[in-house]
Design a protein around this ligand. Structure first.
Ligand code: C2E
Ligand code: CA
Ligand code: CA
Length: 694
């Protein structure tokens, strides 16, 4: 072996130089070599020489050898060296070694060396497998996070947590730009100190500004480019890429040699954040496996963004860490002020329940949830819930003492279904405030794209067993609300205000949706409430559609606890609403609502074979018998008269003969709509001023 070592010492430089010349002829290996600076290439060759010598050491045991080869294999895997080319290049290396020293050393030494070279290759391939396994594992973890993360902050913390264990990365960080386009990292892990905070300080440190604006000198880095292009953008080598020269030194200090910037965006939408992955070697994230990994990761994160955007209405502005910490501290220091918005029960015409909504007192300002909710981490959310519930139940006791017996509805963040502490906080608060559990409703957001996983069901079941009511919040804003409606034990459904939003041409369809959802809810034994009702016209229309409750500015805006008794007293004096029968001045919306109900009834009759149909036909459509009139008459939708009778007859004939798809039906429907609008405009008194708007 000694002669072998001596021979190698003399020739290793030559062998290695020849080896790299050969490598440069292999297409994929050449790509990798071209990414290196001269210095880096020299360094690499030096390591190769050391490696050749190490393999000749008689004392090298197989454990040490395995560890060494796996270390090198891992680097090869990370820089995306093709497996086949790895194997081929090892063959080339072996040939070169034979050519240089084969005639000088014993056959025995040579064959031992050859065996070591071969097992070296095998170990390296094993390291490839380990990197692939790590990729798989990280993707699985991220898949889980995507479907359960409760807030943007929670989400980025979890994603960074999952990625920080991944073999290929030396560091990772996520952030967003502020209104001026300056990018701020909000979470990160890894770097020289293996400490996320140190890394974030380095990335965002003095003189390392990152901008997402094309016209900004700091806007040409991977982050800025990714933000603008919506695609993954790479820094192949911080030491050679001129676009990132301004961050070169910092990257070197932190041990960041290459990177990829992944814009996080819902499909077809602009990004809301950028995730940076850093490699300890030049050329990370460009090999075919790496490209596939990065693409998958980006797709998964896009799903999460879709969910979070729905959930939080994110604006894409970064919240600097200091602000996040400040807001989290506010939650814990008595700055929480619950406000209450009355829910109107349409059956009784009274407000017997209020939704508790969080506000944070920050000096002069009162922050609303859209300003602070997304910047809270998961433990802050728990704190917010526990304190908010405590306050609400305490306020409830005060109102009770003043003679107002009110139920409380409160928002349960989606994370609560993964964290039993929410259940425990609820049980405790009910006990502390001697509140019967049926007087409390928990509003659960519709966010999961799929049905709940087992553990989440179990937690819901515990809440059920406790006896609190459950409401599905924001129905219609998420994905598969219908499947969940059937499966989950909700008492109330709250229809999101987006659905009931009425603009011009879509008003009729919006009312149809509300009506059908209401019927569906009722047939499943649930009560239905419409949210965001901000006009008296809509309120009247919803009452006609059979909705059980409404909430919105037309009834009252959220208010501090102390104002509520006064408001209730005022509300009792006035009549909350009057939905019985049409009045002369009924609005377009109310008339359209009547039409929606009419349409449904007529269709049911039309679908029934025999009697009802014959009845209608016999009536000749024009002069309806009293029974037929009651069943299918347009009633108060239009003023009585020949025009109404004719329209009614056209509608019925079209529907019974041609069905809903027929042109005749569409034409008759169109005429009816125009008649309704014209009538309402002619008879409508000045817009009624809702009596309870504060
Ligand atoms: P949400 O549960 O859907 O609450 C109703 C939101 O709609 C409230 O906004 C309320 O002020 C607003 N709103 C009510 N009527 C109308 C209307 O007629 N028109 C319009 N445009 N808006 C109306 P707020 O208080 O800003 O709360 C926003 C969201 O923040 C809530 O939506 C809820 O998801 C969340 N949130 C509020 N408080 C808490 C809390 O204590 N904990 C948790 N986890 N989330 C909360
Ligand atoms: Ca709610
Ligand atoms: Ca809601």
């Amino acid at each position: 072996m000694q002669t072998l070592i001596e021979a190698l010492q003399r020739t290793a430089d030559l062998v290695v130089n020849q080896f790299y010349e050969e490598l440069a002829r292999l297409p994929k290996s050449r790509r990798i070599l071209e990414m290196l600076s001269e210095q880096e290439l020299a360094h690499l060759k030096g390591r190769q020489v050391q490696n050749l010598l190490a393999l000749a050491q008689p004392a090298l045991n197989s454990q040490e050898h395995a560890a060494m080869a796996m270390r090198i294999g891992r680097i090869h895997a990370i820089v995306g060296l093709d497996k086949e080319e790895l194997v081929r290049s090892r063959g080339i290396l072996q040939e070169l070694v034979y050519k240089q020293i084969g005639h000088r050393v014993s056959g025995q030494a040579l064959s031992l060396y050859a065996r070591r070279l071969t097992s070296d290759t095998a170990w390296q391939l094993k390291a490839y497998q380990a990197v692939e396994d790590s990729q798989q594992e990280v993707l699985q973890r991220i898949t889980r996070i995507v479907w359960v993360a409760g807030s943007y902050t929670h989400f980025i913390d979890q994603v960074i947590g999952a990625l920080s264990t991944h073999d290929e990365l030396v560091a990772c960080a996520i952030g967003r730009p502020d209104a001026a386009g300056i990018f701020h990292f909000e979470a990160g892990a890894g770097g020289s100190a293996q400490d996320g905070n140190v890394l974030l300080a380095a990335l965002g440190g003095q003189g390392h500004d990152i901008s997402v604006r094309a016209d900004h000198p700091c806007g040409q880095g991977a982050v800025g480019r990714a933000w603008r292009s919506g695609k993954a953008e790479r820094v192949v080598n911080y030491q050679t890429d001129p676009l990132v020269a301004r961050w070169r030194e910092m990257a070197e200090r932190e041990g960041l040699r290459s990177a990829v910037a992944l814009p996080l965006a819902a499909p077809g939408q602009p990004p809301i954040a950028v995730l940076m992955l850093y490699s300890a070697w030049p050329g990370g994230f460009v090999g075919p496996d790496q490209v596939a990994f990065v693409e998958l990761l980006q797709t998964l994160l896009g799903c999460a963004v879709t969910r979070l955007q729905i959930q939080e209405g994110m604006h894409g502005a970064a919240v600097p860490v200091s602000v996040r910490q400040h807001r989290a501290a506010l939650v814990r220091t008595g700055a929480l002020e619950m406000h209450y918005q009355p829910l109107l029960n349409l059956a009784t015409g009274r407000c017997g329940k209020v939704e508790a909504l969080a506000r944070l007192r920050d000096g002069e300002r009162l922050l609303t949830p859209d300003e602070f909710l997304f910047s809270l981490a998961s433990d802050d959310l728990l704190e917010l819930f526990a304190r908010g519930l405590d306050q609400a139940l305490a306020d409830r006791r005060q109102w009770l003492a003043a003679g107002h017996d009110l139920d409380i509805s409160i928002n349960l963040p989606p994370a609560a279904l993964n964290d039993i502490r929410y259940f425990e906080a609820t049980r405790e608060a009910l006990q502390t405030h001697a509140c019967p559990s049926a007087r409390l409703t928990l509003e659960v957001l519709e966010t999961e794209a799929f049905s709940l996983i087992e553990g989440q069901r179990a937690i819901l079941a515990k809440f059920r067993a406790l006896g609190v009511l459950l409401a599905q919040d924001d129905l219609g804003s998420g994905h598969s609300g219908l499947a969940r409606l059937r499966e989950l034990p909700f008492d109330w459904i709250k229809i999101d205000r987006e659905i009931a939003q009425l603009d011009g041409d879509t008003a009729l369809d919006a009312l149809r949706v509300v009506y059908q959802v209401t019927r569906l809810g009722h047939s499943l034994g649930k009560l239905v409430l419409a949210e965001g009702v901000d006009s008296a016209d809509l309120l009247a229309a919803l009452a006609i559609l059979g909705v059980d409750g409404v909430q919105g500015y037309v009834i009252a805006r959220p208010m501090p606890a102390a104002q509520l008794p006064g408001w209730i007293a005022g509300a009792d004096v006035h009549d909350a609403h009057d939905a019985s029968g049409a009045q002369a001045g009924e609005s377009v919306l109310a008339r359209l609502a009547r039409f929606v109900v009419w349409e449904e009834r007529v269709q049911l009759i039309a679908a029934a074979p025999g009697a009802a149909r014959d009845l209608l036909k016999a009536a000749g459509f024009v002069a309806l018998t009293p029974l037929a009139e009651a069943l299918v008459g347009l009633g108060d939708m239009l003023p009585a008269g020949a025009a109404r009778d004719e329209l009614q007859s056209d509608l019925l004939r079209a529907l019974l003969d041609g069905g809903r798809e027929s042109d005749a039906w569409r034409a008759a429907l169109d005429r009816l709509m125009r008649a309704i609008v014209a009538t309402a405009q002619a008879t409508l008194p000045p817009a009624p001023v809702p009596s309870h708007t504060h």
